[in-house]
Design a protein around this ligand. Structure first.
Ligand SMILES: [Zn+2]
Length: 197
């Protein structure tokens, strides 16, 4: 439809989440008209992010070092872990300023339909952290979806025999949505009003 170099970029942009065909075309033609230095900066930002960012060896948050800034912070309470599906959920929860412990990123949720079982998630690694870090409380902040609830119950059943208090975010979150659809006031209340599983 377009000249091959333009079409290649349109195709790549259209593969991004939330970007439709029309938006991809608009972005591609926008980039065609910006200063070359601006376009280069965008390209480099993508390449450098991929080269420099890896996963925290403790919680699997994204980090530029060995451990993420939250795990490395001596002010954080090591006895409390908040379990999330994705690394980007951490920033949403951090904005509430309600939680002072560390996190654990599962990498998704249990979904038989999508063929994702507990073994595909970092649940084993979570269990290992309980003893290793002297964890006493685990708050499961998976998404308020069927998959998120299933995952929360699975984690609770696994951890409770280890003497850990396992709780889930209180209701009030938009059901079926992602955590980042919630505003920080609602999410802060959900954290404060968490109930034991
Ligand atoms: Zn970490």
């Amino acid at each position: 439809m377009f000249e091959p170099p333009v079409q290649r970029l349109v195709d790549e942009l259209a593969r991004l989440p939330g970007i439709g065909r029309k938006s991809a075309q608009r972005l591609a033609f926008h980039l065609l008209n910006v200063e070359e230095a601006d376009a280069k900066r965008l390209g480099n930002a993508i390449i450098e992010m991929r080269q420099q960012v890896r996963l925290c060896r403790r919680c699997f948050n994204v980090t530029a070092g060995d451990e993420c800034s939250i795990c490395a912070d001596p002010q954080r309470d090591p006895t409390a872990i908040c379990v999330v599906e994705r690394a980007q959920d951490i920033s949403v929860l951090e904005r509430t300023q309600e939680f002072t412990g560390r996190y654990h990123v599962l990498g998704g949720s249990i979904s038989p339909i999508a063929g994702i079982g507990p073994d595909q998630l970092r649940i084993r690694e979570l269990v290992d952290r309980i003893d290793l870090e002297g964890v006493k409380e685990v708050i499961v902040a998976t998404n308020p979806t069927v998959e998120g609830d299933t995952t929360a119950l699975y984690v609770a059943r696994l951890l409770k025999p280890l003497g850990v208090t396992v709780s889930r975010l209180a209701s009030g979150l938009p059901v079926g949505g992602d955590l980042d659809y919630a505003d920080e006031v609602t999410l802060g209340r959900a954290l404060a009003g968490r109930r034991e599983l």
